[in-house]
Design a protein around this ligand. Structure first.
Ligand SMILES: Cc1cc2nc3c(=O)[nH]c(=O)nc-3n(C[C@H](O)[C@H](O)[C@H](O)COP(=O)(O)OP(=O)(O)OC[C@H]3O[C@@H](n4cnc5c(N)ncnc54)[C@H](O)[C@@H]3O)c2cc1C
Length: 491
């Protein structure tokens, strides 16, 4: 069947691209390898509780935040139920070895006051640091709608790492922890993370913090409804095996099943390291393909889904980052599980009822599951037994390090193999390709006419990164000034 545009991947960025292109009058098809759309963010139900998988909270959705014009332009704003996170402390840091706790309030000014009060000798430097983030965090295409797009140096980021920028706070290791804990949300260690990447992600949360009633599932349902209304098609269980070209111009995709769809434009939202295997032999420089293949992946994770009989009210509108010792944040994947940092969130918070579900994310390396020797989607008895033991061990680690937690019952556990097989992330990379300092950042336009890239690798992780990547890619097709003009009208 012939389409104008085919989008590979029905994640947040793929659906954003599909909606923008379908609205422009194109005949659009989204193909997704999984059995249902957006396997990363759609969440699931266990033990009577809805658990989010790849979405917990969003930054930059508050008054004047850059997510507002994007959601308004997409037609999603009035269809999403949002709720604010706790103003007095949306992200709590617990340093387990010393039993210290800190809670970051919402808003740059409140954070500045809070930190200056907790670390008085560092007050002036804290002020300067936060001012720098406040003025730079949205200096990115489609977050800043007034700057010339040509001003954005997007190919790679050089300069100061987060760790280098935080060296000035060495006398206050607790402060360093607080200012670097959000690196857990983009999966690049502070010594390799550009300061600007941390500013983009942490800054969005410093600005404003919201959850979605119905979680990531609601987000996807709204996007799918809008896509249907715009006339876009979606096909699941449709894994692309090849992008084909005719006379060195993109011509369509071939699925694993052998089915073919033709189109003048193909947008791939897959992990870019997988792209070279999908491409025709002609049309791309070998150096470019090598660059893609070598892109750095973020680490993987274990994700615990548990139930508590007691309400988990201390996690209402507040996540908890647990780090064993103060200092610049380290995930600790080279250390035993007991010495790693982790993140806890309450499940299904958008409703007027007690929180009974816990989501815990513990960074992990893919090599930890290597001994299981599982290459396909089959799961052995050995794997199930190992998972059960691991889940019990992780729950014990949570209770030991976080005394507020009541008795928990393990409902499920995602491992690097789950992440690998659900989202097609190489080595179960939790946030796909990491945007490390000095690394080439994949661009939306490729040398093969008609082939475009989108997704978190193109603009950054999270809802914000995925939406921006969708706009960057579609702006390359429809015209950036057209889209940016429409967005300005939505401010
Ligand atoms: C545990 C976890 C927690 C998170 N928490 C948050 C949060 O609280 N807030 C936030 O903003 N962000 C969060 N994120 C990040 C956010 O989920 C991602 O940044 C975002 O979903 C990325 O969207 P994407 O469309 O770029 O990628 P993806 O969702 O990975 O989309 C790519 C799609 O392509 C499909 N695909 C791959 N290969 C093929 C193929 N050959 N053929 C067809 N289809 C294919 C995949 O199945 C996938 O659906 C979290 C992520 C994880 C994993």
């Amino acid at each position: 069947m012939r389409y104008d545009s085919i989008i590979i991947g029905a994640g947040l960025s793929g659906l954003t691209c599909a909606l923008l292109l379908a609205r422009s009058g194109r005949k659009v098809l989204v193909v997704e390898q999984h059995s249902s759309p957006a396997p990363v963010v759609s969440g699931f139900q266990r033990g009577g509780i809805y658990f989010d998988s790849g979405f917990h909270y969003a930054g930059g959705l508050g008054e004047g935040g850059p997510l507002q014009p994007l959601l308004r332009h997409l037609g999603m704003e009035d269809k999403l139920q949002t709720f604010p996170y706790a103003a007095e402390g949306f992200d709590c840091l617990r340093l387990s070895s010393s039993d210290e706790e800190y809670a970051l309030p919402v808003g740059f000014r409140n954070i500045k006051n809070y930190l200056a009060e907790r670390f008085p000798p560092a007050a002036v430097e804290i002020g300067l640091y936060l001012d720098e983030i406040a003025t730079t965090w949205r200096n990115f295409p489609y977050l800043d709608l007034d700057t010339d797009l040509a001003d954005f140096g997007m190919e790679s980021v050089h300069g100061c790492s987060l760790q280098e920028r935080l060296a000035i706070f060495s006398p206050w290791p607790q402060l360093q922890s607080l200012l670097s804990m959000h690196s857990l949300l983009y999966g690049v260690a502070p010594e390799q993370a550009p300061f600007s990447l941390n500013a983009q992600v942490a800054g969005s949360y410093y600005h404003s913090v919201h959850g979605l009633g119905g979680g990531g599932r609601q987000l996807i349902q709204v996007l799918l409804k809008l896509l249907k209304e715009a006339g876009g098609d979606l096909q699941c269980r449709a894994e692309v095996a090849q992008i084909f070209a005719e006379e060195a111009v993109v011509a369509g995709v071939r699925l694993q099943s052998g089915e073919e769809f033709t189109a003048a434009e193909v947008i791939a939202t897959v992990n870019p390291t997988q792209l070279p295997d999908l491409l025709p032999a002609v049309g791309m420089r070998p150096a470019y393909l090598k660059r893609l293949k070598r892109l750095h992946q973020t680490p993987s994770a274990y994700i615990v889904f548990a139930r508590s009989e007691q309400p988990l009210e201390f996690l209402r509108g507040q996540n908890m980052f647990v780090q064993p010792h103060a200092g610049v944040f380290t995930a600790g994947i080279d250390r035993p599980l007991e010495e790693r940092s982790f993140y806890l969130a309450g499940a299904d918070q958008g409703r007027d009822r007690a929180i009974k579900g816990l989501i815990g994310i513990v960074p992990a390396s893919y090599s930890e599951v290597g001994f299981l020797n599982i290459s396909g989607k089959e799961r052995t008895v050995e794997y199930q037994d190992w998972k059960k033991d691991l889940g019990a061990r992780l729950l014990q680690i949570f209770s030991l390090n976080c005394p507020q937690l009541p008795q928990l019952e393990l409902l499920d556990l995602a491992t690097p193999l789950t992440l690998r097989d659900y989202s097609h992330a190489p080595q179960g990379a939790i946030y796909g390709v990491g945007r490390n300092l000095g690394q080439y950042n994949p661009q939306p336009v490729t040398k093969l006419p008609g082939l475009f890239l989108s997704g978190q690798a193109v603009a950054g992780p999270g809802l914000l990164g995925a939406l921006v990547s969708g706009y960057l890619t579609c702006g390359s097709i429809l015209g950036h000034e057209l889209l940016r003009g429409e967005l300005r009208a939505c401010r």
